[in-house]
Design a protein around this ligand. Sequence first.
Ligand code: GDD
Ligand code: MN
Length: 380
Amino acid sequence: MKSFDPAPSSVGTASYGPLRPPEISVVLPTYNERDNILVAIERVAATLDGRPWEIIVVDDDSPDGTAELVNDLASRDGRVRCIHRIGRRGLSGACIEGMIAASAPIVAVMDSDLQHDETILPKMLAAIEDGEAEIVVGSRYVEGGAATAGLSPVRAAGSRLANGIARVLLGVRLNDPMSGFFMLRRSMVEKLEPKLSRQGFKILLDIVASAPRSTKVVEIPYGFRERVAGESKLDELVTIEFLALIVSKLLFNVVSVRFILFMAVGASGVVIHLATLRGAMAVPGVVFEMAQTIATVVAMTWNFFLNNWLTYRDRRLHGVAMLRGLVSFYLVCSLGVVANVGVASALHGADQVWWVAGTAGAFVGAVWNYAGSAALTWRV
Ligand code: GDD
Ligand code: MN
């Protein structure tokens, strides 16, 4: 067998001399940031000048061609890389992939739309290197920081409310836990990664809530800038995802954000089911069995579209794939009914009270629907 020869090769020493390994990797997530990303890279590079650095852009196949732009730069400067993700969407997931792919011992995450102030990066780096902090946060809500330029009054109020919820429910002692601007050691990310949710926007909150209580977190103020080019991707669903993340953390990560969202959709489906049942029974000539069948189909359809919009927003099905998905969802849920009734009848036969048997059956059916639709409908 040919043994691996670890002797230095010409790789990395080519015409530009020995490569200094990066001391810091900056992760820049992008979705449609073609007018911002090159400026963001340039500014980060200027700020970190004198230190060996690496920049990892994580792009979710932006239709505006952001990845092509970055790859073109990467072909000329080896310190810049692009992770081009296909078929996946989501800020948290993109940040996690970028941090895990980093080669420096310290990683930072920063928005690529120029709203974050890159000039505090050296201060953040110093705080980690000096051992003053294990996680450093670029903060809008400490003395010297500001959020007003970059947030509308409604967003600012929402941001403060979310901060309050996170502080009270999760015990996060941070003034700006919703910040998307932070730095920590890669080893810490690797340790926490199994606990982190890939869904949503709140990756820092997730990291801080998942880290040991004794972790030293330091906030460094900066002024959140106004977005000049492109538009924000934060929408109404982010609030729902945020609440699901809080629930997941309160349940000690036993259930995923996706599972919580799926169950919430299921609960709304029960309401739709009962409302339809009542409505259908009011129609003259419609017998109960008929009404129940109609209500079941309506509720399944409701659940499918709501899950496709919310629970699986990162893998939304469209067009023909959506129709195929709907059919497979009906199929999975039909088997879920069989499992539900089977379990409930067995328990009821074994002398369990009716509501225990009923609830257990419904729960088994719901878990079946979750697992079955994940595998067959959205194919995770
Ligand atoms: N790869 C990838 N995938 N990147 C994304 C995605 C996605 O699905 N969605 C957004 N991004 C990138 C954007 O391109 C931008 O660089 C950065 O993530 C932040 O997205 P914005 O859409 O500009 O978010 P924002 O400015 O409204 O929200 C900011 O403030 C929030 C607190 O108020 C962000 O910093 C959030 O992280 C922060 O929670
Ligand atoms: Mn932004």
